[in-house]
Write a protein that binds this ligand. Structure first.
Ligand code: ABN
Length: 175
């Protein structure tokens, strides 16, 4: 009986050891396979590389922080969208110029022409970011009425130029 028990013990021990070895080898191989295949496939997955920034997907004609934004077609100055303001609002601490330069720009989305007022924002030193000189239909300085390289803050109490906004003030007559 004792002999049988010893044999059974040895038999059981051998089976348990080999089962443990097999299991461990299999699981190691499985994990290794996952890492290798996963590592090879990971770079092929479609990542969102915009960094959550909606502007990354915009084309220049639709991006207010871009000189080619359609409303900036006759602008000369620094874009307020890059200076803490918006396309229509001056940055904090500045005020809109009382006199402005106006241009006519076509909106590529609806094909209509819009009258755009380029108000300078006054009261701080030049912003220095996003310089834009699109100047569509502008003429040299000897024709003052159609020249826009001018500080429109000159009529304000604060005459220091900071940046320029593009405000729609009318839509072209299609009649
Ligand atoms: N209208 C923008 C601007 C300001 C100062 C000098 C030139 C142009």
């Amino acid at each position: 009986m004792k002999l049988f028990q010893e044999w059974l013990d040895r038999f059981t021990e051998r089976r348990v050891r080999s089962a443990a070895q097999l299991t461990s080898r299999r699981s190691t191989l499985a994990r290794l396979g996952t890492v290798l295949v996963g590592g090879a496939l990971l770079p092929m997955l479609p990542f969102d590389r915009s960094g959550g920034n909606a502007h990354a997907a915009l084309v220049p004609a639709e991006d207010p922080q871009h000189c080619e934004y359609w409303r900036n077609c006759a602008l000369d100055g620094f874009l307020c969208t890059c200076c803490g303001g918006t396309i229509t609002a001056c940055p904090p601490g500045t005020e809109a110029s009382k006199v402005t330069w106006v241009g006519t720009c076509r909106n590529p989305k609806d094909g209509k022409d819009y009258l755009v007022s380029y108000n300078d924002c006054c009261g701080k030193t030049s912003c220095g970011r996003c310089l834009c000189n699109f100047n569509e239909r502008e003429r040299p300085a000897y024709k003052m009425g159609v020249h826009n390289d001018i500080n429109w803050c000159m009529a304000n109490t604060q005459t220091m130029y900071h940046c320029t906004v593009s405000v729609i003030v009318g839509v072209g007559d299609l009649g």
